[in-house]
Design a protein around this ligand. Structure first.
Ligand SMILES: Nc1ncnc2c1ncn2[C@@H]1O[C@H](COP(=O)(O)OP(=O)(O)OP(=O)(O)O)[C@@H](O)[C@H]1O
Ligand SMILES: [Mg+2]
Length: 408
């Protein structure tokens, strides 16, 4: 039997209640707002020291490793640490020092952040084994929908089952590009995507454009727009899928953020044109992906050099934008789709160029599908602090490395 302890008896320099565990428990209340998890779970706390008790209590020193040196959240994290640790009874003073992670530590933190987001994500009807790829751009009209549809078709043509979600609620174009129409049926109060066989593979397609008449669509727009993507992910019989490709609306709004929350494993493919102001697109894409800590897997340059029937190439929209953007953001350039009239013609006819055997663009999309399908696990984890990407882009612009053209 041990003698009852006197709660007021000083204990080897540490007051009762204030030990390292108590400090760490307090630090769990400090959340990195960009990564959406607490700094202990994220592994950002690199040291906790509880000092000798003085007349006012104990001094506590906390070391926090930030993802990047110029992290704009530095002051906030420091303040939150001081507040939460400082409010522990018996703490006299809190000293916070910040350091910066190296690349490996940063990668580990991003992995933890992704796992935390995955734990917090609501259940969706998208099977766990499906690879989810959102096709995005900072600007409209660069060919996102054309690339998404043809990539989906080219993947299906490899014998895979590919879901295709048209997340462009306002400006859906997938039904036209695939020549598909008709009402979506409901089974057990869930929508059933429209199906189309492609070679030995299968496409399962869902778009606002299938949700019957204009009145219906208008009602959707007004009432449940902000929940549309959620419903497209939750209330749909997607069945077993190898891939889910998502044609994103232009810009970086609620739909993008909703997707990041619902499906944090989403990988992002950025479409650009050769002339587009790289810094603008990169900044937007980085911002979007960074806030949701989604992974950028690569860049596709669309509307690249046009080659005429005599074999002469013309850089109608300039050149090098895709490569430059890929370099700035630190991801591979996965493909270059030439400007070709067949793309527009095929789009209007609802017959994707990826299926036009003998046509000039079918091998381009087959190669892109190969790149996407065989690219190893996503290569670049965004650094959490989107500021880092913005810094890189700003530095490139300052160095005159990136041509600044109006991006409209
Ligand atoms: N490689 C190409 N060659 C020729 N025309 C193309 C090519 N890529 C796309 N287009 C044409 O450019 C137009 C815009 O393409 P698309 O609708 O795919 O872009 P988007 O980025 O999805 O646009 P939005 O931002 O409006 O959703 C279409 O008319 C399409 O046919
Ligand atoms: Mg589009």
């Amino acid at each position: 039997m041990t003698a009852p302890q006197d709660p007021d008896a000083p204990e080897a320099g540490v007051r009762p209640g204030v030990d390292e565990d108590a400090v760490r428990a307090a630090l769990r209340r400090v959340v990195d707002p960009e990564l959406g998890a607490d700094i202990v779970d994220l592994g950002m706390v690199t040291g906790v020291r509880v000092g000798e008790a003085g007349p006012d209590g104990v001094p506590v020193a906390v070391e926090v490793a930030l993802t990047v040196a110029g992290c704009p959240l530095r002051a906030q994290i420091r303040r939150d640490v001081e507040t939460h640790v400082g409010s522990l009874p018996g703490v006299a003073q809190v000293t916070v020092t910040t350091g910066v992670m190296d690349a490996n530590q940063r990668r580990a933190v991003m992995d933890r952040a992704r796992r935390a987001a995955a734990r917090a994500a609501p259940a969706t009807a998208v099977p766990d084994r499906a690879r989810v790829i959102a096709v995005a751009s900072g600007k409209g009209g660069v060919g996102k929908s054309s690339v998404t549809v043809n990539l989906a078709v080219a993947l299906a043509d490899r014998g895979l089952t590919v879901g295709l979600l048209d997340a462009d609620i306002w400006g859906f174009s997938v039904p036209r590009l695939l020549g598909m129409q008709g009402g979506v049926e409901a089974r057990d109060k869930k929508m059933v995507p429209l199906e189309r066989s492609v070679g030995t593979g299968l496409l399962r397609v869902l778009s606002m454009g299938f949700l019957s008449d204009e009145d219906h669509a208008i009602m959707w727009r007004g009432l449940v727009l902000n929940r549309a993507v959620q419903q497209f992910l939750e209330d749909v019989h997607w069945g077993d899928l190898d891939y889910l490709l998502i044609d994103m609306p232009p810009g970086t709004g609620d739909i993008q953020m909703g997707l990041a929350r619902m499906l944090p494993r989403t990988e992002v493919l950025v479409v650009t044109t050769p002339q587009l102001a790289a810094q603008k697109v990169a900044a937007r894409a980085a911002d979007m992906a960074g806030k949701g800590h989604l992974r950028l897997i690569g860049v596709v340059e669309n509307m690249s050099d046009f080659t005429c029937e005599h074999g002469t190439s013309y850089s109608l929209f300039g050149s090098g934008g895709g490569r430059r953007l890929a370099r700035e953001v630190g991801v591979p350039l996965l493909g270059q789709v030439p400007l070709h009239p067949s793309m527009a013609v095929a789009g209007d006819a609802g017959a994707p160029v990826a299926l036009d055997d003998g046509g000039p663009l079918a091998p381009v999309f087959a190669a892109l599908a190969e790149e996407v399908a065989t690219s190893a696990a996503p290569v670049v984890a965004l650094d959490g602090c989107s500021a880092r990407l913005l810094d890189r882009v700003a530095a490139a612009v300052a160095a005159g490395d990136v041509p600044v053209t109006p991006a409209g």
